[in-house]
Design a protein around this ligand. Structure first.
Ligand code: NAD
Ligand code: MN
Length: 357
């Protein structure tokens, strides 16, 4: 029996609702397959923990997490705690502390989902966005002078390093190479931003030489938003900076039907540390406690986690079960349906058990 240690951090808002659903599906999958075992330990970190202790996680939190094979994460964010505290207190320290430099965001239109674009059905939109996850605009550098005064100046410095850009570019080319279309689009803003973005373009040229079988092109991020809407079929794998890909992937999620189906893996490709898998969405306080959070993103990121752990068959079975349920029309309100989190979860567990997947 192959065994894996999983740290679950449900955190805030709908995080605990979707992680509970995800763990239920993973449990059903293990029972059905019998070939692997996940040992899950849950950590009560997040905004409530912050209100009790003054920190989003214990000081030795990363030390504790280091022992696990992967992290299954819900969402952070509470109405009464500033967003920069929740983000910089838990999610970003894990991403940065474990050098999870590749943020991998698959998007496709699931069967049964009606996307907002006319003339765009399943198969027309099947992308993976690779987001640089360790530097760029979210490197945390900058400052404020003359705070609160009329002459106040604030800087937000984007940091790009040759090592950082080269490794994400290689990751993206390698991923594009492994996908059937072998197609990569490199997104920058190198017309207006002359330093970091021009270095991105140069490094893309250099790295592309290592992947002669990958067809690639360059796009400016503003034009990219139009292409995503007008010619979704022309895209496959996409690589962009931390900020650009953050924005593009919310657009991608909307084009695929809902933020509630969009998963992400924060991956350390060198496997020195645990990687972290989470839905892209936040804590969604507007629907917290109502029992209608869409668990599909959390199922899908569970499949990403299984794939990363080396259980591709289990990952495929989980996704097949999810697709069978969406195809049947059992959808939560964000996708235009009336189903609850519980109904979707139970249907996915049933589909996992049925033999003909
Ligand atoms: P959000 O993603 O929480 O919600 C945006 C909208 O999408 C809301 O209307 C919400 O109801 C809906 N939505 C999101 N996930 C859904 C799901 N699974 N099912 C159905 N509907 C869903 O973003 P927001 O409202 O901008 O932010 C709320 C909080 O979450 C903030 O504190 C923000 O900082 C935080 N946040 C955290 C993360 C993260 O933990 N990775 C990501 C984004 C936002
Ligand atoms: Mn985002």
């Amino acid at each position: 029996m192959r065994e894996y240690a999983i740290a679950a951090i449900p955190a805030d808002g709908i995080g605990p609702e979707v992680i509970a659903a995800g763990l239920q599906a993973l449990e059903a999958l293990q029972r059905r397959m019998g070939s692997f075992r996940l040992h899950v330990e849950e950590f009560p970190w997040g905004s409530d923990f912050y209100k009790r202790t003054g920190a989003m996680m214990p000081a030795d939190g990363l030390e504790t997490l280091k022992k696990f094979d992967a992290i299954y994460f819900g969402a952070v964010g509470a109405p009464d705690v500033p967003d920069h505290v929740t983000l910089w207190g838990l999610r970003l320290p894990i991403c940065q502390g474990f050098d999870q430099y590749a943020n991998v965001r698959p998007t496709k239109i699931l069967p049964g989902v009606t996307p907002p674009l006319r003339d765009c059905g399943p198969g027309d939109l099947d992308w993976v966005i690779v987001r640089e996850n360790s530097e760029g605009e979210y490197a945390g550098h900058g400052g404020r002078a003359h705070r609160g005064l009329p002459e106040e100046v604030a800087t937000e410095v984007a940091i790009f390093t040759r090592v950082g850009v080269t490794r994400i570019m290689r990751y993206a080319f390698r991923l594009a190479q492994a996908r059937p279309r072998k197609l990569l689009t490199v997104v920058t803003k190198s017309n207006a931003q002359r330093f970091g973005m021009v270095m991105w373009d140069e490094i893309a040229e250099q790295v592309s030489k290592e992947f002669p079988d990958v067809t690639w092109d360059k796009m400016l991020v503003d034009a990219m938003t139009m292409r995503m809407v007008l010619k979704p079929q022309s895209l496959d794998t996409i690589v962009a900076t931390n900020l650009h890909a953050d924005i593009l992937s919310d657009l991608a999620a909307a084009l695929a039907g809902s933020l509630g189906v969009a998963p992400t893996g924060n991956v350390d490709p060198e496997r020195r540390f645990p990687s972290m898998f989470e839905p892209i969405h936040g804590s969604a306080f507007d629907i917290t406690g109502k029992g209608i959070a869409n668990p599909v993103a959390t199922f899908w990121t569970g499949a990403q986690m299984l794939e990363h752990l080396g259980e591709p068959e289990a990952a495929a079975r989980l996704m097949a079960a999810v697709e069978r349920v969406t195809a049947s029309g059992l959808l939560t309100p964000d996708l235009g349906g009336t189903a609850t989190t519980k109904q979707v979860t139970e249907a996915v567990c049933d589909a996992i058990h049925s033999a003909n997947i």
